[in-house]
Design a protein around this ligand. Structure first.
Ligand code: UDP
Length: 378
């Protein structure tokens, strides 16, 4: 099957990293069309997945854009649309991986006669999207032959926003467990390099954005024993520089300069996670899926996740990880402290999570599920 994947982003967020795994089996017969250039293109090329940047003009619609702003962007879309329609005619199916890709993909599907599949990586709730954006996304998605939701939480929000249940199925992100097995010598070396020896290290792996809640972890540190240190891995991918400044100010105000390290965007997540004692996920709004939660499990690290959205489908409190109320730094601090004080009990939970996650999210099984779904829609 020849697939034209579409993604609006030049930057490798969770949806883009997921797409790499989905596109890999089709790399001899697919093209990933991007609406922006950037590190994501390089990553696709490294994975030998054919990629083309389809426009150099950035599309000005944002998650919170109004109807008028949306309309104003239509003019920008026409040359891109023409290119996508022309390209789509050489493929059997259009696979849209992001919302702007969905809108372009839906029109191109209509004009080229190719079926449309939409991979929904978002919770279409007012917390995350404007009313206009939700209506446009749902109208476009309802024209698809198939909507793959990345969690039950994403599927439920989609249906509540008017999405069609009959075309929607849940498929979780897939991972190759081998990528998360890190040699003890590398872990030791990483801890030395980052000057983490003797510390109890809590890792936070996410782009720096207010709703990802790095500030909650920083607040929690003040209520944890002194040896608890945090590494913040990730960058402000979508212009959240003000938040980055606020985080630095918060750290300075609380006198935590020696207990928090910013590592920026990194490509060696499994190594860094394995060098942590614990991974914290602190999103203050419902997380659609939460790749970092599964990645922590695969590294055999205890995970504390914010209790909302897709995270609840991944973590059972006290069984394969811990759940903490979103935004509640005191509760988070208590769980971190009990993990520090009860290492044996915590290790059993992390080990159980590693075993079960290796099966449940194995990329081979996930890709098979997707392949079967796509075959019926061709
Ligand atoms: N990630 C990364 N480098 C970083 C920070 C994060 O590669 O410096 C990866 C992380 O390992 C995960 C993805 O980015 O695979 C984030 O996905 P998630 O579902 O957690 O959040 P999203 O970015 O999709 O909101």
């Amino acid at each position: 099957m020849k697939i034209l994947f579409l993604d609006q982003s030049g930057k490798p967020g969770g949806a883009e990293l997921c797409l790499i795994d989905i596109a890999k089996p089709y790399r001899d017969n697919c093209l990933v069309g991007l609406f922006a250039d950037g590190d994501f293109r390089t990553l696709l090329e490294k994975n030998h997945i054919p990629v083309q940047v389809l426009t150099t003009q950035s599309i000005q619609v944002r998650k919170e854009s109004s109807f008028a702003q949306g309309l104003a962007s239509i003019g920008q879309l026409i040359p891109l649309l023409a290119k996508v329609v022309q390209t789509a005619r050489e493929y059997d199916l259009i696979y849209a991986n992001t919302q702007k890709a969905l809108v372009v993909g839906a029109i191109a599907s209509f004009l080229s006669g190719r079926p449309l599949v939409y991979h929904l990586h978002d919770i279409l709730s007012p917390e995350h999207f404007s009313q206009t954006n939700r209506s446009i996304a749902v109208t476009a998605a309802n024209r698809a032959s198939l909507v793959i939701a990345n969690s039950q939480a994403s599927k439920t929000a989609f249906i509540e926003a008017g999405g069609r249940a009959d075309i929607t199925t849940v498929v979780y992100n897939g991972f190759d467990p081998k990528n998360y097995q890190i040699d003890a010598s590398i872990i030791h070396q990483t801890r030395q390099q980052l000057e983490l020896a003797g510390k109890f290290v809590v890792g936070h792996f996410s782009r720096l954005a207010p709703w990802k809640g790095q500030h909650i972890l920083i607040e929690a540190l003040t209520q944890c024993p002194q040896e608890v240190t945090a590494i913040l891995v990730g960058d402000a991918l979508f212009g959240e520089q003000e938040y980055v400044q606020q985080l630095h100010q918060q750290i300075a105000k609380l006198g935590l300069e020696n207990r928090v390290k910013f590592l920026g965007f990194r490509a060696d997540i499994p190594q860094l996670m394995s060098a942590c004692d614990l991974v914290a996920h602190t999103s203050t709004a419902a997380e659609p899926f939460g790749r970092v939660i599964v990645e922590a499990m695969l590294c055999g690290k205890p995970i504390i996740a914010a209790k909302a959205g897709g995270a609840i489908e991944l973590v059972e409190h006290g069984i394969n990880g811990f759940l903490s109320t979103p935004g509640e730094s005191q509760e988070l601090a208590q769980i971190i402290t009990s993990c520090l004080q009860e290492p044996e009990k915590t290790a059993i939970i992390a080990h159980h999570a590693q075993t079960t996650a290796s099966q449940r999210f194995d990329v081979k099984n996930i890709n098979q599920q997707i392949a079967q779904e796509l075959l019926t829609k061709q």
